[in-house]
Design a protein around this ligand. Structure first.
Ligand code: G6P
Length: 362
């Protein structure tokens, strides 16, 4: 159809639109406002982050950065589980509610309850004036354009862009990060559109080949350590949503505590490699899978190729960047892997069964 602009599916079109979506999100970001919010976050008594589905994975990245980079007391939770926190919330707290549609009922309920208890709410959405932003104290918008595919793609990477800028700003205010390091993160984020473009061009053929292998599987693990973990979780969610392959994500270090019992000859295990600090233990986890005959796929920035290029059955090499930007870059091959696996299995990735774009029932 005309709306697909020559692409066979909206999901593929939207994956390819990410350079533009990121560029427009960056252009639309008012850094003075981000700085005001970064200060509010750094000064908050406690920071809560809530979202559902893919947006929750963006929330986990924000949580990771606010804790590890800014040294703040941050907690991310699935919005359907908000009741657990009711007694903890007080005036002086801030809730960051992430919802691309701005309409997800659980996220809206969490927003209402937290506000009633005196917390300030910052909404991060792709739809201007949708319900959650309207009911919040502060609003930040991604500029991804309308997303038709049920599985979120461009709204996710643009969320990551905004949330990383926000976290870096909070870290600047909290003293977790110096001015120079902060400028480096911002400069990198500005390069995201170009690097994502390069990634799409470089990885697609390799991803299609791997999708051919995954198309006949029923299970897969997605493992990572550090900031790569929410990206692995998102990769597994995409695979479940559109290709109906049972994909589960775990911290790689947890794989020994149960999941590895299922691994046998040709069991697919996808690893996302982001943090330099975790290379040795991660390599150990790959070897444990290899020893059981697993089909291992490593998503690696080029600087890790020398060390890890040979330990995986398959490697998808991405451009080099710091872990802050690798979250965005590594999302691309994972989205494409889910997409191509779905198509090879004969499914329509735009209309996954049992799923709705926006969930308005509890
Ligand atoms: C539904 C969609 C997901 C989405 C989630 C949260 O489950 O199928 O793709 O991530 O809702 O949506 P939101 O609009 O709140 O980000």
């Amino acid at each position: 159809s005309a709306g697909k602009e020559g692409y066979p599916h909206f999901m593929l079109k939207e994956i390819h639109e990410q350079p533009r979506a990121l560029r427009e999100t960056w252009a639309g970001l008012d850094m003075d406002y981000v700085s005001k919010l970064g200060k509010a976050i750094a000064e908050a008594r406690r920071v809560f982050i809530t979202a559902s589905g893919t947006s929750y994975h963006a929330g986990l990245i924000l949580d990771y950065l606010l804790v590890s980079l800014a040294g703040l007391d941050a907690h991310a939770f699935n919005s359907s589980e908000y009741r657990k926190y009711i007694k903890l919330v007080k005036e002086g707290d801030i809730l960051i509610a992430i919802s691309q549609s701005g309409e997800t009922i659980d996220t809206l309920m969490a927003t209402r309850v937290f506000r009633e208890r005196g917390a300030k709410v910052l909404a991060v959405s792709n739809v201007v004036d949708s319900t959650i932003p309207r009911e919040s104290d502060y609003q930040l918008y991604t500029n991804a354009g309308p997303e038709i595919g049920v599985a979120a793609t461009k709204t996710f990477t643009t969320q990551l862009m905004i949330l990383t800028a926000l976290a870096a700003n909070a870290a600047l205010h909290s003293g977790g990060m110096g001015k120079e390091a902060y400028s480096l993160v911002l400069n990198e984020l500005e390069q995201a559109p170009d690097l994502v473009n390069t990634t799409i061009i470089n990885v697609e053929a390799r991803v299609r080949h791997i999708a051919g292998k995954l198309a006949v599987k029923t299970n897969a693990y997605y493992l990572s350590r550090g900031i790569g973990l929410p990206i692995a979780m998102e990769g597994a969610l995409k695979m479940k949503e559109v290709a109906y392959v049972h994909a589960e994500a775990y911290p790689a270090g947890e794989s020994k505590h149960g999941p590895i019992a299922l691994v046998n000859q040709e069991f697919p295990v996808v690893f996302t490699v982001t943090d330099d600090d975790y290379l040795d233990p991660l390599e150990g986890n790959v070897m444990e899978m290899t020893a059981r005959g697993a089909y291992t796929i490593g998503i690696l920035p080029s600087r890790h190729y020398a060390k890890l290029g040979k330990v995986f059955t398959e490697v998808i090499q991405t451009p080099d960047a710091s872990p802050y930007l690798l979250t965005i870059i590594q999302s691309i091959p994972l989205q494409l892997l889910a997409y191509h696996t779905a198509v090879l299995r004969g499914y329509d990735p735009d209309k996954p069964r049992n799923l709705a774009k926006t969930v308005t029932v509890e």
